[in-house]
Design a protein around this ligand. Sequence first.
Ligand code: IPM
Ligand code: MG
Length: 354
Amino acid sequence: MHIAVLDGDGIGPEVVTEAVKVLKALERHGINFEFTEALIGAAADEKFQEILPEATFDLARKADAILFGAVGGYAQDALPRGKRPGDALLQLRKALGLYGNFRPAIMFPELVGTSTLKPEFVTDLDLVILRELNGDIYFGEPRGITRTADDRRQGFNTMRYTEDEIARIAHMGFRAAQRRRKKLCSVDKANVLETSELWRMVVTEVGTSYPDVELTHLYVDAAAMTLVRRPAQFDVIVTGNIFGDILSDEAAMLTGSIGMLPSASLGEGSKGLYEPVHGSAPDIAGRNIANPLAAILSAAMMLRWSFGLEDAAVRVEKAVRGALAKGLRTADLAEPGRRVVGTDEMGSAVVELV
Ligand code: IPM
Ligand code: MG
């Protein structure tokens, strides 16, 4: 079990250190990994003048799974398109064919009070957003900034999905729903966009092979509203790249903090890329205050999806709950009467419980 550790920028290295600590703690239970680290994003750009060096890509390609931190910093985000740290992540997802991004949003009972929504709306929250990751307006050509005939600047992008791209993510969504409460909600903007019209058609066609799954459709604006109105009604949401990007941040906040949200990006095989949803947060980097639980929960997803180690995954998830139950909170989860701990102390608490 060879893990590529790409911790990246900002708080990436701090939270990934804690996730690696937790994985290493599994050695006590006879589970051993081989870790190899490599630079990506702004960190790689500083050393090699490349956001995704060949050696890093090679490692990611060969490893069984990738533990990813975050990429991006203030300075590098002003670089030309294609050379920004975030582009390294987009390239990696695409080049490795990791087209399905699972972002579960689960309410830990201990954190009900930290959600911005009233407790009765989030208590039973247990949903997963499956975001398509290799297509859509993120990658569609043509794109650019040009001049109009009357010499005004004009920016444009292309929203594009082929039926095969839609079908494979739909299958992934239906299979995910089969393992859960058997409800799949497909989100699009079919009342306005042709891309979405095709999306809805193909998802419906694929659905005929999954009669045990209840398929519904929502327009993305209504989905955004329903996520804050009655979020517990959702089981699996499947949607395109841009809508998924937006809705998954919204869903993250329901759980109290984006610092709690893990993710897994998968393709056809067992290889996956596992990353916290929160990003590099350069404003709090290097201060030992970031929440490592999203990275640790991402490692749990890795145990489950890439290595088939369900028991170990559950052990890590239980340890996270245990640390919260003990009253430990990082700054993002601060509540009156709770002890605020640093990144490393939270990680160590999970290690101890593992
Ligand atoms: C995410 C992030 C990325 C995305 C950025 C960093 C390119 O927002 O993973 O949600 O838009 O996919
Ligand atoms: Mg995002």
